[in-house]
Design a protein around this ligand. Structure first.
Ligand code: 13P
Length: 329
């Protein structure tokens, strides 16, 4: 990533964070038009960024959007691996990650070296890698998946021997849906999801006994076993529609999702699974990006994602194989 970072500009970020919100938004609108940029935002971003974005979605939806856009510049309000995926799918475009600190602990849990080590332990296994991984790890994988298509991706493979990386909770959930395949699972987790325990969810459920429980498959097994629906973040929007009579939904994923659900269903009540907005189901990386960062990203054209051409070519194969498989939900 090119680092157009300077102490002066860091102070600018501080300065702009104190500008009236309306003023910042009008600067962003002007620059977005002038530079023919598209703003993509993940469902976990802070509400004001979700509201400003051209598209909001899950990892799969945003990758598809990135692959279709005719904008010259993509401003990716999410985390690093998502912006990298957009770059892999659009090597000729400028892809900007507005905050340099927007990383992902799960993606960091696997490196090309640790993947090599696991491959050596499971010879003859096809590697399915969750999109929450670096471009270099994708390049070493046969196919990628997201939480929206992991089951279909695994089913689509001709082989019965699979090495699933890096999320062990998602891997376990997929293995339960596809018992006919032998699935070896890497041992990474998303700390934001893995911190939630079934006992905490049960306590929240006791407070809302009529509520429908919707969980992300990155949650632990004792959590997904209590859920009526297990799906990707965008899958959660469709899942709510399946229960027209229900008023309350308990949401077991990062709390930014509740903003998007409330926009879609203003008459329903959404309760975080740990019973407290922003307590534990909070991803610090997803929340670092503010409007001032989006403004400075557009103004300074920073922080641009730069990847090795050969890595792009190999990672792209894994992403394109994935995109040919339909969504699970
Ligand atoms: P989704 O693809 O379901 O939005 O999940 C992304 C993610 O990073 C979950 O932690």
């Amino acid at each position: 990533m090119s680092q157009v970072f300077s102490p002066e500009r860091a102070l600018d970020a501080y300065h702009y964070s104190h500008l009236p919100k309306g003023e910042l938004i009008s600067h962003i609108e002007r620059l977005r038009r002038e530079k023919n940029a598209v703003i993509l935002a993940h469902n976990y971003q802070v509400g004001e960024i979700q509201d400003l974005a051209d598209f909001t979605g899950d990892s799969l939806g945003l990758s598809l959007e990135a692959s279709r856009t005719d904008a010259e510049m993509i401003v990716f309000c999410g985390v690093n691996f998502m912006a990298e995926s957009a770059k892999i799918l659009n090597p000729e475009k400028r892809v900007l990650l507005p905050h340099i600190g927007a990383g992902c602990s799960l993606a960091d849990s696997i490196t090309p070296e640790s993947l090599d080590d696991w491959k050596a332990r499971y010879p003859g296994h096809k590697v399915v890698t969750y999109i929450n991984s670096s471009a270099e790890v994708k390049a070493e994988s046969y196919i990628c998946c997201t939480s929206a298509n992991a089951v279909s991706v695994v089913r689509s493979l001709r082989t019965d021997k699979i090495l699933f990386t890096p999320d062990r909770n998602l891997g376990r959930w997929v293995a339960a849906q596809v018992p006919e395949k032998e699935i070896a699972i890497y041992d990474g987790v998303c700390p934001t999801h893995d911190v939630l325990r079934g006992a905490s969810l049960e306590r929240t459920r006791d407070a809302y006994p009529e509520a429908i429980v919707i969980a992300h498959p990155e949650c632990r097994q004792d959590v997904v076993e209590l859920a009526h629906e297990v799906c990707s973040t965008t899958g959660m929007i469709a899942a709510v529609a399946k229960y027209p009579r229900a008023r309350t939904f308990i949401i077991a994923t990062e709390h930014g999702m509740i903003h998007q659900l409330k926009l879609r269903y203003p008459d329903k009540e959404f309760v975080p699974a740990d019973g407290c907005i922003g307590c534990r189901l909070h991803c610090p990386y997803m929340k670092v990006t503010g409007l001032q960062d989006v403004y400075l990203a557009l103004e300074d054209e920073r922080f641009e994602i730069e990847l090795d051409e050969e890595v792009i070519a190999r990672a792209r194969l894994a992403l394109e194989r994935m995109m040919a498989v339909p969504r699970d939900h």
